[in-house]
Design a protein around this ligand. Structure first.
Ligand SMILES: Cc1cc2nc3c(=O)[nH]c(=O)nc-3n(C[C@H](O)[C@H](O)[C@H](O)COP(=O)(O)O)c2cc1C
Length: 307
């Protein structure tokens, strides 16, 4: 017999039928007059994380919100991650009343704004970013995906079908936006932690949000103590790494001490790791890859990552 209750799956199931932990962001977009408007959002997540020509986020929102209408107009937005101070969360919730115009809500908004770095460098008009954000992702909507390039702003009382599946106008009142990551901005204290390696105390105070419930409240909690869970290391046998290595190329070989550097690589990633080494060897005219070569290859990889 099941140990669970079976809940009804209804509209907004993530906040009506689940306890679903979410981030809290305030999205800045450009109004027609060039000013910046802010709206709070939680249904936002990484979408393309690797293996594509660009990186992307996914936003799910009401299609007649100011944010959606502005993205449909000029495709630009900035995703500002606010801190977990209850005063900051209160300020964000103040910006959430559906139907408020940007002018109505921005006149009472206490969040400080500053010019986008991209605008400063290129002169391209971009929404301002929040000075007190911990980190910001500056984005551009990828209109071409799902053929959403002809989706237009202006239908505030509901869009007529046909609808897209995953980008642009996706239902009468819904929209999804695949947002290319143009730039990630972060306060120095936290970018230092990313570059130098994080300790428990280095994580920023980001809230965890459980959405709108009981037709009254937005629920969230503040950051808690961060714990680290060590990944159990599984070492592959040298003989099985050798077996895979000898099948990558008919000429290029590895010494045992070179292959020992790959014993910790999970088996599923091993062919890709080996192929990377063989590609490097080919480019550099090496036929026997040694431990010293592996150090050079690793160094090159970590430099590329830091770039
Ligand atoms: C913490 C928080 C998270 C929210 N997340 C979303 C969301 O992910 N999607 C959405 O459509 N509305 C969300 N809302 C409601 C919007 O903020 C609301 O529709 C608001 O009117 C949007 O502002 P805008 O019209 O200026 O874009 C959220 C509200 C709050 C306070």
């Amino acid at each position: 017999m099941s140990s669970f209750e079976n809940l009804r799956v209804v509209d907004n199931f993530y906040q009506t039928s689940l306890f679903f932990p979410m981030p809290t962001v305030v999205i800045s977009t450009l109004c027609e007059d060039g000013s910046t408007s802010l709206g709070p959002y939680s249904l936002i997540q990484p979408y393309y994380v690797a293996g594509k020509d660009f990186y992307a986020m996914l936003l799910s929102c009401r299609n007649n919100s100011n944010t959606a209408q502005h993205i449909l107009t000029d495709g630009k937005c900035a995703i500002n991650f606010i801190d977990d101070d209850p005063k900051t969360f209160k300020e964000a919730v103040k910006l959430s009343w559906p139907g408020d115009t940007p002018a109505e809500k921005m006149k009472n908004c206490n969040f400080r704004l500053e010019k986008s770095q991209i605008e400063e460098e290129t002169g391209e008009k971009r929404p301002m970013v929040m000075t007190d954000a911990i980190q910001v992702i500056e984005c551009s909507w990828v209109r071409e995906l799902d053929h959403a390039e002809n989706d237009q702003p202006g239908q505030l009382n509901g869009y007529k079908p046909p609808y897209h599946d995953f980008n642009g106008i996706t239902s009468e009142f819904g929209a999804h936006f695949i947002l290319k990551v143009d730039r990630i901005l972060m306060k120095k204290k936290y970018s230092d932690a990313i570059i130098n390696g994080v300790r428990s105390q280095d994580f920023p105070p980001l809230p965890v949000d459980y959405g709108y419930r009981d037709s009254k409240n937005f629920w969230f909690h503040r950051k808690r103590r961060m714990r680290a869970e060590l990944l159990p290391m599984r070492k592959t046998e040298l003989s099985s790494v050798r077996y895979a290595a000898d099948r990558i190329d008919d000429k290029i070989r590895f010494t045992d001490d070179a292959l020992e550097k790959l014993l910790n690589v999970p088996r599923i990633f091993l062919p890709t790791a080996l192929k990377g080494c063989v590609d490097w060897a080919r480019e550099n005219g090496v036929e026997l890859i040694t431990a010293e070569h592996m150090a050079i290859i690793n160094d090159k990889r970590s430099k590329e990552k830091n770039k």
